[in-house]
Design a protein around this ligand. Structure first.
Ligand code: ATP
Ligand code: MG
Length: 261
């Protein structure tokens, strides 16, 4: 269980998170959704101990503020929203960064296994900066995976904290990555993913938290959170959730959306 309680964060003197509470269960994919600027990245960064915050974040029973960095690195890996690499690293070197952060040194083949898992088999020797945006995003995901490869370790469930893991991917790779995350959770790990794609969220998330204006607007099962009323209020436009008999989940069609006012 990951639980964040009454999280408050101010950035440059402005309150950004105004008492957010959030919970995620191991074995589940939990999505954080909400408009641009609603505080999703800030919440993720607070929960990974990357930002000073007021409130409490617990991983299992332990307050993350009291968990040593090396132990946290064994329990969770983090994919930031943007990863700028200033030096001409190869893909293999990027993925090895995750292996270096791993609790026990993984076998050398792990990097190639992770790259194959994200559809980048054979990319080891390519320069990261010369990859396409979607390829870079999948290389970063491979790095994160090598850090917490087994979803459950001696210390308990391991966690993936992912800020928009599929934002640059084509639809086939989006499905591949969401399947991968679903599989990680099904094998006992915890997955927390910031998402903008509400259809993928409806299809894959076990639970959803909707942020708006630095507060939690709703949290629960996708069918409870992703409703006409909540979505329209959060995004400020007229959004309709649809269902079709043969669709795997409810869905939202952009052409049915109308900007309010
Ligand atoms: N370093 C900073 N200094 C001042 N304000 C910041 C800083 N970082 C973020 N903010 C502000 O905090 C708010 C929340 O930002 P955050 O990055 O958490 O949003 P988000 O929900 O992840 O949005 P997006 O969907 O665009 O990624 C925004 O209004 C942003 O402008
Ligand atoms: Mg963000």
């Amino acid at each position: 269980m990951l639980s964040a309680t009454d999280i408050e964060v101010s950035l440059a003197g402005t309150p950004v998170l105004k008492g957010v509470s959030f919970h995620a269960q191991a074995g589940h994919v939990t999505a954080i959704v909400g408009p641009n600027g609603s505080g999703k990245t800030t919440l993720l960064r607070a929960m990974t101990g990357d930002l000073p915050y007021r409130g409490t974040v617990r991983l299992g029973e332990a307050d993350i503020a009291a968990i040593p960095g090396w132990q946290l690195a064994a329990q969770r890996a983090v994919l930031p929203q943007a990863s700028r690499i200033a030096f001409p690293f190869t893909v293999l070197e990027i993925v090895r960064l995750g292996m270096m952060a791993s609790a026990e040194p993984p076998p050398e083949r792990r990097a190639s296994e992770a790259l194959a898992r994200v559809g980048l088999a054979g990319f080891e020797g390519r320069f990261y900066q010369e990859l396409s945006g979607g390829e870079q995003q999948r290389a970063q995901l491979a790095r994160v995976l090598t850090q917490v490869w087994d979803p459950v370790g001696p210390e308990g469930p391991r966690w993936l904290f992912l800020d928009e893991p599929v934002s640059s991917l084509d639809i086939a790779h989006q499905l591949d990555v969401m399947d991968l995350l679903g599989d990680y959770a099904a094998r006992g790990g915890g997955v927390i993913a910031v998402m903008h794609d509400l259809n993928l969220t409806a299809m894959y998330a076990d639970a959803v938290a909707m942020l708006a204006g630095g507060r939690t607007m709703a949290q629960g099962a996708p069918s409870v959170v992703l409703t006409d009323t909540t979505l329209s209020a959060a995004y400020g436009c007229d959004l309709r959730v649809n269902a079709a008999p043969d669709a795997p989940a409810t869905y939202l069609l952009p052409h049915m959306a109308r900007r309010a006012g």
